[in-house]
Design a protein around this ligand. Structure first.
Ligand SMILES: [Ca+2]
Ligand SMILES: [Ca+2]
Ligand SMILES: [Ca+2]
Ligand SMILES: [Ca+2]
Length: 337
């Protein structure tokens, strides 16, 4: 009987020791396994302050099924994904009075004299300036860096009409019918002899290409030669025996050494227009981009935006008029905005 009792005691004691040993092992394992709370935090990214802040919001860009857009898709995929970059849908847009935003804007004020009464008229603007993602609308440049732009400055904005704008003013004030307020429009030098219909002439502007940029950029320019508030005009010049478009410069390749700003001179043909508007102000859109793709020929940009470049809009006026200055004779009148 005593032997049985002792055996039971010994068995219980061994079980207690086994449990204690198990608990001890568990305790050791718990204290030696690193916990998530003890993992040191990643150091702050000091280099983020100089990161390219305006990379595109890739997930919002809409691509349709065409060869040119597939090319664009590949370019987007090649952009290094910088973890510092916060999605910031800012870019560069034009500032010509818009005809797409649902609020009428004025392209030109006209002054006509009926008998003895001067009458002010208004030509409505139909220029595509405000950007609507996914539809043909005003050109939008994501301004990927290193890149290229017109002149030596570029200002970024959220959209053409928003007060979120790095130059402090919206490009357009839709409510008060104000346009031409982009602070980065500094590229145009001069356009010559726009008062003459159906002639070959020239325009000059500067382009900056940032160091490290290896792509190709193109210039496009639209002139509202007939002052009707649209940039899609096409007419026939009998003296030239061909059709001429208000889209006067089409995908002209621009070559500038990286890290420099250079003056570019391009030729263009003026459109046929009425003599009565020959000296009147005229809206010009000048765009630098990686190519206009298949956007409509009215100054619009592609629905997915451009990666590079800038759009600058100008209300051109002649530097002199024949009845004001002798400098206008014999010809070569400069126009600027
Ligand atoms: Ca500029
Ligand atoms: Ca701008
Ligand atoms: Ca402007
Ligand atoms: Ca026109």
């Amino acid at each position: 009987m005593d032997k049985i009792t002792n055996a039971r005691r010994l068995f219980h004691l061994s079980q207690i020791l086994l449990c204690a040993l198990t608990l001890l092992l568990l305790l050791i394992m718990l204290t030696t396994t690193p916990s998530s709370a003890s993992t040191p935090l990643a150091p702050p990214r000091a280099e983020c302050s100089t990161a390219a802040l305006y990379l595109p919001v890739i997930q919002t860009i809409d691509f349709a099924d065409s060869a040119s857009k597939h090319t664009q898709q590949r370019q987007l995929d090649d952009i290094p994904r910088n973890p510092c970059v916060q999605p910031a849908p800012w870019g560069d847009l034009g500032d010509a009075p818009d005809g797409l935003a649902g609020i009428p804007m004025t392209a030109y004020i006209t002054l006509t004299t009926n008998l003895t009464t001067p009458t002010r008229g208004r030509i409505a603007a139909h220029f595509p300036t405000v950007f609507f993602a996914g539809v043909p609308s005003g050109p939008f440049h994501y301004v990927v860096s290193p890149g290229a732009y017109l002149g030596s400055a570029i200002s970024l904005e959220e959209n053409a009409y928003t007060i979120s704008d790095t130059d402090g003013l919206p490009n357009l004030d839709l409510i008060n019918d104000l346009a031409d307020m982009d602070g980065g429009d500094d590229g145009l030098n001069v356009v010559y002899d726009l008062q003459e219909p159906c002639i070959e002439t020239e325009m000059a502007f500067t382009v900056t290409v940032e160091s490290g940029f290896t792509g190709t950029v193109y210039a496009n320019a639209w002139f509202d030669f007939n002052r009707d508030g649209y940039w899609d005009g096409v007419d026939y010049c009998h003296n030239l025996q061909r059709r001429v478009k208000e889209w006067a410069v089409q995908d002209a390749p621009i070559t500038v050494a990286p890290g420099t700003t250079q003056l570019i001179t391009l030729s263009l043909t003026t459109f046929h227009f009425d003599e009565s508007v020959a000296w009147e102000p005229m809206w010009l859109r000048l765009t630098l981009s990686e190519g206009r793709g298949d956007a409509p020929p009215d100054g619009s940009g592609p629905s997915y935006g451009y990666l590079y470049g800038e759009t600058e809009d100008y209300l051109l006026t002649p530097l002199c008029k024949p009845n004001i200055s002798e400098q206008c004779r014999p010809s070569r009148v400069g126009w600027t905005g």
